[in-house]
Design a protein around this ligand. Structure first.
Ligand SMILES: [Zn+2]
Ligand SMILES: [Zn+2]
Length: 412
C-alpha cells in the first residue's frame, strides 16, 4: 500500500515558508492499494488541489477515485472545489461520509459551493459523483476493506481503517481522546496497524487550555499505538501555530517515549508492506464475515417490483452480503422496491443505515420505495431523515402504487 501526504495541517492552511517542511496544506492523504492500485483519498482539504494536478499526469490511473471524508469541517473539504479531476466528465468519484440525521452528505458538499460562496456549483463540476453515507460498519471498496468508527469531535468525525489484505492504514484525524478515555472501539480500529495517522495537534499545556475543542496530543497517540500494537505512529493535523522548528522539537520529544513515531511532512510518501503485522494476531484482517443464509428473499416479479423480504435476524439485515445483493438487484426499470420488515424482530442504527442505502439508491434511480410494517422507530427515523418523501409505508403488497413516482429531487 502506498500512502502520500498532500495535506498535513490542521484547521487552516499555512502557506508561510517556516511551515513548508511539515506542510501548509490542510488534510488530504492519497492511498493506493497493494494489488490493484485502487485510489482512495482521505479528506479533501486544500492538499487535494495538488493531488488533482498529479492525477492529470498519471496515465495508469483508471479515472475512478473514492473520497473518504472524516467530517465536513472546512479544513477537510475546502480543496474539493479546486480538485481538477472532478471537472472531467470521464472521471468518476464516490464520496463517503457519516450518515447524519440532520443533513445529507451531498447537501453538505453542495452547501460550500452555493452561489454566495463560489461561482461553480457541485453539480456543474462534470465528473460522475456518487455519495455514500455510512454508519459504523465495514464496507468493501474494490479490493479494500474499509472500517469506520466515530471519534469524539465537535459535530462528530469518522476514523477509517483501510485494509487491503497486505497492509493496514488507520486514519484518525480530528479527535479529542485522553489515555483514560481510549475505548476498546478505538483500540480495535487501530489494532496492529502498519501506520496509524493520528491527530496530535496539541501539546499537553495547550490541551489543558483547549479541552472540548476536539483535538489530541502526541502522548495519547503513543498510548493508543502501544495499546493497539500499531507499528508506526504518524503525527498529523499539525497546529497552524507551530512552525517547522517547533514541530522538530515535538517530534523528538515524542520519539523519546515511542521510537516508532514519525510526523507527516509535505509530500511525504510511505510504502506499507505489512511485514510481521500478523505476528501478534494471526488474523490481522478484520474483514467482516458474512454468515448470511438464504432465509431472506430478494426477487423481482413480472410487474417489475423488487421484493425484499427481511430475514428474522438483524445481523443478516445489516450484513454486507445482503446490502450488496439488494443494491445489485436495483435498477431504473423497476416500478418499485418493496421492503418487508415484518420478520425483523428489532432494528438498530446499522440496520437503519442499510435501509437508508436502499432508499438512497432508489431515490437516485427514481424508483418508488414501499416499506411494509415498519416499527414506530423506523417510521420516525425515516421522517426525521426526510426519506419519507420517497418512501411509502404499507401494510400489504397490494398497496404498491401502479407507476413510478415523479421526480421529487433534482440531481446536482
Ligand atoms: Zn480538522
Ligand atoms: Zn474538525
Amino acid at each position: 500500500m502506498k500512502v502520500k501526504f498532500w495535506g498535513t495541517r490542521g484547521s487552516i492552511a499555512t502557506p508561510q515558508p517556516e511551515h513548508v517542511r511539515y506542510g501548509g496544506d490542510t488534510s488530504c492523504v492519497e492511498v493506493r492499494t497493494s494489488d490493484k492500485g485502487t485510489l482512495l483519498i482521505l479528506d479533501g482539504g486544500t492538499g487535494i488541489r495538488r493531488l488533482g494536478i498529479d492525477l492529470f499526469q498519471d496515465k495508469s490511473w483508471n479515472r475512478k477515485g473514492h473520497i473518504l471524508l472524516s467530517h465536513a469541517h472546512w479544513d477537510h473539504i475546502q480543496g474539493i472545489p479546486f480538485f481538477g479531476p472532478a471537472f472531467d466528465p470521464k472521471n468518476d468519484f464516490t464520496f463517503y461520509g457519516q450518515f447524519k440525521v440532520d443533513g445529507r452528505l451531498e447537501d453538505v458538499l453542495r452547501g460550500q459551493m452555493e452561489y454566495n460562496y463560489f461561482p461553480v456549483r457541485l453539480g456543474d463540476m462534470g465528473a460522475g459523483m456518487k455519495f455514500v453515507e455510512l454508519v459504523e460498519q465495514t464496507i468493501t471498496i474494490d479490493d479494500v476493506a474499509v472500517t469506520t468508527c466515530h471519534l469524539p469531535h465537535p459535530q462528530g468525525c469518522f476514523g477509517y481503517r483501510i485494509d487491503d489484505g497486505q497492509a493496514v492504514l488507520v486514519y484518525m484525524t480530528d479527535n479529542e481522546l485522553e489515555p483514560a478515555g481510549l475505548s476498546e472501539k478505538h483500540i480495535s480500529l487501530a489494532r496492529d496497524a502498519d501506520l496509524l495517522i493520528f491527530d496530535t495537534m496539541y501539546t499537553e499545556e495547550e490541551f489543558a487550555r483547549k479541552r472540548g475543542w476536539g483535538h489530541s496530543t502526541w502522548r495519547v497517540g503513543i498510548e493508543l499505538a502501544e495499546r493497539a500494537g500499531a507499528k508506526q505512529l504518524c503525527m498529523f493535523h499539525h497546529s497552524p501555530d507551530y512552525d517547522d522548528g517547533k514541530m522538530d522539537d515535538l517530534l523528538s520529544l515524542a520519539r523519546k517515549h515511542f521510537p516508532n513515531v514519525m510526523a507527516a511532512t509535505r509530500d511525504l510518501e510511505v510504502e506499507l508492506h505489512g511485514e510481521g503485522s500478523g505476528a501478534k494476531q494471526p488474523q490481522k484482517a478484520p474483514r467482516k464475515k458474512d454468515e448470511v443464509s438464504a432465509d431472506y428473499t430478494i426477487k423481482e416479479d413480472s410487474k417489475k417490483i423488487l421484493g425484499v423480504i427481511a430475514a428474522a435476524s438483524v445481523d443478516k439485515f445489516k450484513s454486507e452480503k445482503f446490502r450488496n445483493t439488494v443494491l445489485g438487484a436495483m435498477h431504473s426499470g423497476l416500478r418499485a422496491v418493496y421492503v418487508d420488515l415484518d420478520a425483523l424482530p428489532e432494528i438498530d442504527s446499522l440496520a437503519l443505515g442499510t435501509l437508508a442505502t436502499f432508499i438512497d439508491k432508489a431515490r437516485d434511480l427514481d424508483v418508488h420505495v414501499c416499506v411494509k410494517d415498519p416499527s414506530p422507530l423506523v417510521k420516525e427515523v425515516l421522517l426525521i431523515t426526510r426519506f419519507d418523501q420517497v418512501v411509502e409505508f404499507v401494510s400489504s403488497k397490494g398497496d404498491v402504487p401502479p407507476k413510478k413516482r415523479t421526480k421529487a429531487k433534482s440531481k446536482g
